[in-house]
Each structure stands twice: as C-alpha cells, then as structure tokens.
Design a protein around this ligand. Structure first.
Ligand code: HEC
Length: 160
C-alpha cells in the first residue's frame, strides 16, 4: 500500500516535470536576457566592423523590412529581420564610443535595447506566419521605436 502511494507520487511528479520542461515556453527558448554588457557582446559573433558600420547594416536591414511591408513580401521582411536577429558584435567594445562617465549608462542601454529589439523581431517572425498585415506593420513600427529611442538618448551624446 505504502509503495503504491509512493509510486503514484512519483508518477505525478514525473508528469508535472515533463509538462513543465518538455514544452518549454517560447520566451525561454528564443529570449536570452544577458547578465551584463560584456557577456552580451561576447554572445555575438565578432566582426571586423565598427559600431557605426554595424548600425549602417541595421539601417539596410530595416530598409528591407520597410520595402517588404509595402510590397507585402514576407521573404524580404524575413531577410531583414534575420539580419537584425543575427547581427555580429563590433571589433571594439561598443561603449568605446561614449564618454567615460557615460559608459555604465550606455551599457544599460545596450542590454535593454538588445532585449527589446530581439523580442520585437521574434514577435514579427511569429506574425509572418499570418496574413495580418496591419499587426505586422504595427509591430515593425514598435521595433523601429526601439532604434529611435536609443538614438535619441545617444547619437548626439558620443565621445567626439
Ligand atoms: C543601443 C542603442 C542603439 C540601438 C538599439 C540602435 N542604435 Fe542605431 N545608432 C546608435 C548609435 C550610438 C549610433 C551612432 C554611432 C556612431 O556615430 O558612431 C547609431 C547610428 C545609427 C545609424 C547611422 C549610421 C551612420 O552612418 O552614421 C543608423 C542608420 C542606425 N543607427 C540604425 C539603427 C536601426 C535600424 C536600429 C534598430 C533596428 C538601431 N540603429 C538601433 C545606437 C543604437
């Protein structure tokens, strides 16, 4: 009797464990918030590009997304979003472009906006499974707001 009870408990435990971890929620799979800016930079593939050149690539990617939206061409949007999702890191630490006293705040921005950008991009990727162009467009607007908010905070606030 006691053994049967124990087995039942074990079975329930096993089932809940399987349900919890076998179907990992999407936000855990695709969404890896980073501990700090250094770790964030190290998680990306290193390139020989400057931070500004990475931004130019972002600009091209965003242009593709815009062109894709107006032509209702999902493959173009996907290419642009994929460029944003898999962007490499710059050759030098990104925070080299700000004044010494601004480094901690810029690191915070990097962490915050990286998370927001990738979350937005992931949501757009999911929405591309639908034909809800209005919502896709709204989410692209949301994504571009992250770009612009970081620019408002930093573009006129660099070292030189
Ligand atoms: C973490 C903050 C941050 C985020 C997020 C960000 N940018 Fe930037 N961006 C900058 C900074 C800082 C500069 C200025 C770099 C410089 O002049 O060295 C810049 C510059 C640019 C430039 C101008 C490059 C040039 O030739 O002067 C473009 C284009 C650009 N960003 C596009 C984007 C797009 C598109 C996104 C969103 C998908 C984005 N950025 C997200 C910080 C950010």
């Amino acid at each position: 009797m006691k053994k049967q009870y124990l087995l039942k408990k074990l079975f329930i435990f096993f089932c809940s464990f399987t349900i919890l971890f076998a179907k990992q929620p999407d936000f855990l799979i695709h969404y890896h918030p980073h501990q700090n800016a250094k770790e964030l930079v190290q998680s990306k593939e290193k390139s020989s590009l400057t931070y500004k050149q990475i931004m130019k690539e972002f600009g091209k990617a965003y242009y593709m997304v815009q062109e894709g939206i107006i032509n209702q061409d999902k493959s173009l949007i996907r290419i642009g979003i994929e460029k944003i999702q898999n962007h490499p890191s710059s050759k030098n630490n990104p925070w080299n472009i700000v004044k010494k006293e601004d480094v901690p705040a810029f690191k915070e921005s990097l962490l915050y906006y990286d998370e927001q950008l990738h979350k937005s991009a992931f949501e757009i990727e999911e929405l591309l499974e639908t034909d809800d162009w209005t919502t896709i467009n709204n989410n692209i607007f949301k994504l571009s707001n992250h770009c612009i908010n970081c620019h408002i905070a930093w573009k006129d606030n660099l070292k030189n």
